[in-house]
Design a protein around this ligand. Sequence first.
Ligand code: SAM
Length: 276
Amino acid sequence: MLVYRLSGTLDNEELTAALWEAGAGGLEERQGSLRAYFDERSPLHEYPELAGGEWLVEPDRDWQADWKLGLKPVQAGRITVVPSWLADEVPATQTRLIIEPGMAFGTGHHATTRMAIEALSALELQGERVLDVGTGSGVLAMAASLLGAERALGLDIDPLTIPVAFENAELNGFTRTAGGLTRPGGGLLDFAEGTLDGESYDDSERYGVLVANLYAELHDLLAADYREAMQSGAPLILTGILENKLPLVREALEREGFTDVQERLDGEWALVTARN
Ligand code: SAM
């Protein structure tokens, strides 16, 4: 097994994007180091951001099986997120959300996903239209739908995430229809490739809740678009924000006229809520 080890964490999108592009088959974080698994030595000199690491040859290991073994159900608000093989372990008092861990971010194990589900759980979503920007595995749009949203739409600029989100929805009993997916018992869910540019979705529609797990700089850029996409007075839930980047998000929301800005932390990660 061929491993390229360098200092860094899975949160560093610049490093992880370069490693995937260079042909890594899997990434892992251990004690402040990023470990990227390769089938063959990739010419990493094309990626200056990956300089300073070292190649290691290690005994073969079924790392995917190891990683899966470590996954436990995650309780967040009224939802428990579980991988499919642990679906029976969810207490009856909780709503079960099955995610097949795979290509897209959003197994529920990251603090940001957990905090976003908790914030959604604290809202009354019956009859609401919810927009999830940066849906990844579809976890937040699905959580909103399972919590009663009349319609939920998940957008993502990464085309690979959309089929993954559809598959996860089907694992949760949603059925595909011409217009997206239907939740057992009612409620519509859909996923589309794109962002808040008015091309990927019907931007004449105003949403009753907007949730986005992205990163602080992007929240700053998108803050005006969030307002445009939301009904007046609607709650906004933003996460993916490192604590030291909170001022950037706070200033963006104040600049755009959001009110009732509140923050909470889980380790180094922050969640910000506000009203349009
Ligand atoms: N919503 C999931 C969760 O909470 O676990 C996944 C969040 S993941 C941190 C961020 C996702 O946002 C990625 O799937 C990425 O492709 C997507 N993304 C990044 N920039 C975006 C943008 N400008 N518009 C829409 N999606 C974007």
